[in-house]
Design a protein around this ligand. Sequence first.
Ligand SMILES: CC(C)(COP(=O)(O)OP(=O)(O)OC[C@H]1O[C@@H](n2cnc3c(N)ncnc32)[C@H](O)[C@@H]1OP(=O)(O)O)[C@@H](O)C(=O)NCCC(=O)NCCS
Length: 297
Amino acid sequence: MSTVVRLAQSADAEGISQVILAALHSSNARDYPAEVIARVASNFTPDAVLDLLKRRVVLVAMQDSVIVATAALDGNVVRSVFVNPALHGQGIGRLLMIEIELRARDAGVTTLSVPSSLTAEPFYTKLGFHTVRDVYHGNERTLVMEKALLSRHPIGPYRDRQHRAQVVALWQEAFGYDTAHNLPTLAIDKKLAVNDGLFFVATDKKTVIGTILAGYDGHRGWLYSVAVHADYRRHGLGSSLVRHAEQALTALGCMKINLQITSGNDAVAGFYEALGYGVEPRISMGKKIVENIPTQS
Ligand SMILES: CC(C)(COP(=O)(O)OP(=O)(O)OC[C@H]1O[C@@H](n2cnc3c(N)ncnc32)[C@H](O)[C@@H]1OP(=O)(O)O)[C@@H](O)C(=O)NCCC(=O)NCCS
């Protein structure tokens, strides 16, 4: 029988709940005590599912207009993957995960994570995930598993010897800096001195084609120097860079990310809006610390 995967709609809440509860009570019940199953089940009533649909990308697998499986993506985390127990072992879970990975890649996710039940560990292992740690919620043991999503233009940490000259050229082209405190070489030196691992580059083979510099001060996360080489724009790379930095800031516990747009570059607000950022009523102020700015020769 053919299986079609599509985005879930509100009308699917009841069907999604049924699949999840059936799978929990038959398959997962073999690995967990009854009270754990009851607690998890209470998170997937039709009303609870309706609420989840607002917050996550939820997919359903359909056979003859019947929901036979579901899976969700919550940022870079895969959640609640359940297949009707009568249809296990037919590749439906794999089909859903292929679509989840595609959507995650499109959203700029570079490491996909899943809190796996003990029951599902062999399934995720087959799909290329590996276990990174155990987590306990009371007596419920889950395994955090991860999979790196390879991209044609990988995003990784800035490496000074390989990247410096290219980053300087890209920033000069993208931003045309003309103030001493913004000199690219100085900005790079200062960022490396902080050594916070929040300076990333996107590469095409060995060529730097994009950058993003993030900062976290314990209160806010900030994004700077978001730049994509002119030949590579409007292909989603800028979005992937922002998502990559967001994941790094999120992992540090950051609760809000800010950024500033130079006046005259107002149109770029559309780029950030497409990524969920909103224009906030603020007056941006700044002060230069002159004694720390080298005089230009
Ligand atoms: C801003 C920048 C990083 C975007 O990179 P990109 O790889 O082209 O961005 P994406 O392809 O991920 O864009 C995703 C979406 O954002 C929007 N977008 C992208 N660039 C935009 C722009 N200049 N103006 C308005 N919307 C824009 C579009 O909706 C786009 O989707 P679409 O191509 O399907 O229409 C790139 O244009 C750049 O390097 N600009 C020069 C440096 C700069 O101004 N940086 C921002 C400093 S605050």
